[in-house]
Design a binder for this molecule. Structure first.
Ligand code: TXA
Ligand code: MG
Length: 310
């Protein structure tokens, strides 16, 4: 894997990344959410390398990235009444829509805003399928070093483009427009409240069913190697509990903004693994706004969740 530090005006390297994807290779690159591992979405051999490289279950589909809605017209049915309003408000940006596809029942699409991602899509001149660029089950990568740590020995990844830390630190919000009511499949960088302000009440897909609407919902994710205890309760109850964990790394969330917690969350989880602690203890946050996405990630990362009485 070759690694380059780049900016949106690193034209030669961006051209090389586009060519690599066009030729069936894999490129890891920054987006405004997390680093993605991209391949030509319409090249099945290239896409299968993503699954092998990540160790990703084959029933978990990938998000398709392009720079305009028109680019998706041959892939998905774009007639849903909500698409235009959502696109006007949130695209380009960290929202993913699941729509009826022509080659599959459901296909996920996203128009990213990061100038490097957009330049790579332009250079590749194809739709790019890209999951988060981590080994399946690990915390998502928000820096090029996280990608390198997971894939340093992988023969499958051709290029790693280092564009610095990602802005949101959490993945895109995934909304399904398949049924009568738009449904939140994965909370993410766009809050459900912001989406509801545009298209009205969302349905909330139940978690942890054996046949979830979104395959990603049934797998554990984001796990550091150190066991993680998630404390849920009011701020006082949580801080009263903390002294019980003597040799713990503490993920503090109280008295910090949710966007700052989100931006640093995956980096913190990976960093704590380097401290040789026996346990990580995370302070939960209220499940509103960005807090819903933060808690979704922490619950999937946790080995134990402790509910504290007020
Ligand atoms: O921010 C993001 O979305 C990042 C960047 C790289 O764009 N990508 C990302 O991809 O997080 P991934 O593969 O780690 O997560 C994709 C999520 C999974 O929960 C998956 O199950 C869901 O989207 N998904 C993809 N295609 C779907 C489909 N056709 N129907 C339902 N859910 C789908
Ligand atoms: Mg992922």
């Amino acid at each position: 894997m070759l690694r380059f530090e780049i900016t949106p005006s690193s034209h030669d390297i961006i051209a090389r990344a586009g060519e690599t994807i066009r030729n069936g290779g894999l490129v890891a690159f920054p987006t405004e959410t997390v680093y993605g591992l991209g391949a030509d979405a319409e090249n099945p051999t290239a896409v299968s390398k993503i699954y092998i490289a990540k160790g990703r279950p084959s029933d978990n589909p990938l998000i398709n990235h392009a720079n305009s809605l028109d680019s998706f017209a041959h892939l998905v049915d774009l007639s849903n009444e909500h698409i235009e309003k959502l696109a006007a408000k949130f695209w380009p940006g960290p929202l993913t829509l699941v729509l009826p596809g022509f080659s599959a029942k459901a296909i996920a699409i996203r128009i990213p805003s990061h100038p490097i991602t957009r330049a790579i899509i332009n250079a590749a001149n194809c739709i790019i399928a890209a999951p988060s660029a981590n080994i399946s089950g690990r915390p998502s990568p928000t820096t090029a070093s996280h990608v390198f740590d997971d894939f340093r020995d992988s023969p499958y990844i051709d290029l790693l483009l280092d564009g610095g830390s990602t802005e949101a630190g959490l993945e895109s919000t995934v909304v399904s427009l398949l049924g009568d009511v738009p449904t939140l499949l994965r909370p993410g960088a766009v809050t459900p409240e912001a989406i509801e302000a545009v298209i009205g009440k969302l349905g909330y897909a139940p978690e942890t069913t054996t046949t979830p609407i979104s395959p990603g919902m049934k797998y554990r994710h984001y796990m550091p190697r150190t066991p993680l205890i998630l404390l849920i309760g009011d701020a006082q109850a949580v801080s009263d509990k903390l002294p019980e964990y003597a040799n713990a790394a503490i993920l503090r969330t109280h008295n910090r903004s949710l966007s700052e917690v989100a931006k640093n969350l995956f980096n913190d989880l990976r960093h704590f693994d380097t401290l040789n602690k026996s346990v990580i203890v995370a302070e939960g946050v209220p499940e509103k706004g960005l807090g819903l996405a933060i808690m979704n990630r922490l619950k999937k990362a946790a080995t134990t969740t402790v509910y504290l009485q007020d």
